[in-house]
Ligand binder design. Structure first.
Ligand code: 17E
Ligand code: FE2
Length: 427
């Protein structure tokens, strides 16, 4: 049988592997898949790109973002206190005016911006504590609309609490019937601690009933008494759901006393719950009630990583009531993690790169189709960098984005030209 002809050939790639080792190869792509990887491929293709020894990496994975609120910063007003709670109040007002087109237009504009910066897998939360489920329906339509170039997962997220309003628990179930990929929650924002515990139990019941993943906003507060992570962990151990469960934010973990934190770290080894930290926004949202010393408000990323827990990093917000900055660039997120989590050792910086790539794929449970290997879907990016350290340090430009075997975006690296008269120093 004749070999299928290649569609795309990448020459002179520096191919990055999950261990941060690198090989010099050519990569051939046909019918949307990777068909050959070797030091020098003896074949041709209608489109050949000379990668010139730049870094070829699997795409970035955005494991935590809120696309329903993206690009609404300042609407209807600015967050003056900078707190999570004021953000929730502003969003409560903004969501009264949501329409399907409004949600879809902002979500697609954001996804394009992310894709152009090398993100091809996104998990987004959709607020389902809103009586018409417009945010959720909008994002489900977008999931379908973008599927040829972007994988989008949608989490049904009860922003105002699963028991914070009389209809919210029902709306959550409706969202799962409509096709949300994961059940979300916000136990630390329920009216009482008991409601928080009850909400976590309900989340696990629903996930089992509808066969969905779980991703809970968990303990996103500086309160050292906010202890819902242990409830999530216990439910994960008892249900055996482990890898299908994600605890997002868990910023209170940074405030727990060490005796409790060490106990918790030990117990966590019994399950494989995923963690998502959002260092860009949590460094700004948390610590707002502190004077000095002021807490960082970020979970124990380094310690969780050191003991082999899966940790990925998210942007969380792109210009919304909680965080008015952000472009969707995952290297910004990794850079902030390096700083805030003090992960400045070389293996630690490599780990931060993995947290926006391979670890994110694990959180999303898509690791079987993720990675640059023969037979896998041809999703990859080319960075103007020589290795992950260089990429993080310089926030390297993503030169090419290849999704499902197609070149979908290209960016030229900025170039600077020295214009001063240098004869004095060089002469
Ligand atoms: N909602 C929430 O509860 N926490 C956040 N960090 C964001 C929305 C962005
Ligand atoms: Fe979030």
């Amino acid at each position: 049988m004749a070999q299928p002809s290649n569609d795309l050939l990448l020459r002179r790639c520096r191919l990055l592997h999950p261990t941060a080792s690198i090989t010099d190869v050519d990569i051939a792509i046909a019918d949307g898949r990777i068909v050959a990887i070797a030091p020098q491929l003896d074949c041709t293709a209608p489109l050949e790109l000379d990668i010139q020894g730049q870094l070829v990496s699997p795409p970035f994975v955005e494991s935590h973002v809120h696309l329903d609120s993206a690009l609404t910063a300042g609407e209807p007003r600015w967050n003056q206190s900078g707190t999570l709670f004021e953000g929730i109040e502003i969003w409560r007002d903004r969501k009264q005016t949501l329409t399907l087109d409004d949600v879809k237009e902002r979500a697609i504009a954001t996804l394009k911006q992310q894709a152009m910066q090398g993100v091809l897998f996104v998990r987004s939360h959709a607020d389902v504590s809103e009586k018409n489920l417009i945010a959720l329906q909008g994002l489900l339509e977008v999931r379908e609309q973008v599927k040829d170039w972007m994988t989008l997962q949608v989490v049904a997220f009860p922003q105002d609490g699963l028991y914070g309003g009389p209809q919210n628990a029902e709306l959550m179930e409706e969202a799962l019937k409509l096709g949300a990929d994961a059940v979300g929650g916000i136990p630390h924002y329920e009216l009482t601690r008991e409601d928080g515990v009850r909400s976590v139990h309900r989340i696990f019941e629903l996930a089992e009933k509808y066969d969905r993943l779980i991703d809970v906003h968990c303990d996103e507060i500086d309160d050292d008494q906010s202890r819902f992570l242990e409830v999530v962990m216990a439910c994960a151990i008892r249900s055996g759901m482990g890898t299908e469960v994600t605890a997002s934010h868990t910023t209170a973990f940074g405030s727990y006393n060490n005796a409790y934190a060490f106990k918790l770290l030990g117990l966590l080894q019994r399950t494989q719950v995923n963690f998502v930290s959002n260092p860009l926004i949590n460094i700004t949202l948390q610590g707002r009630t502190d004077t000095y010393p002021k807490r960082r408000g970020v979970t124990r990323v380094k310690e969780l990583w050191q003991q082999g827990q899966n940790v990925s990093l998210g942007h969380d917000c792109i210009q919304d009531p909680w965080y008015s900055l952000g472009t969707g660039n995952m290297l910004d997120v990794a850079t902030m993690a390096v700083h805030v989590c003090q992960m400045t050792g070389m293996s630690e910086m490599n780990a931060c790169y993995n947290m926006v790539t391979w670890n994110g794929a694990k959180t999303l449970q898509i690791d079987d189709c993720y990675g640059i290997e023969v037979g896998k879907p041809a999703n990859l990016i080319v960075l103007d960098a020589i290795d992950p350290y260089d990429a993080i340090r310089r926030r390297a430009t993503v030169r090419y984005v290849i999704s499902r075997g197609k070149l979908i975006a290209q960016t030229d690296s900025p170039t600077s030209h020295w214009k001063a008269d240098t004869s004095v120093v060089t002469g």
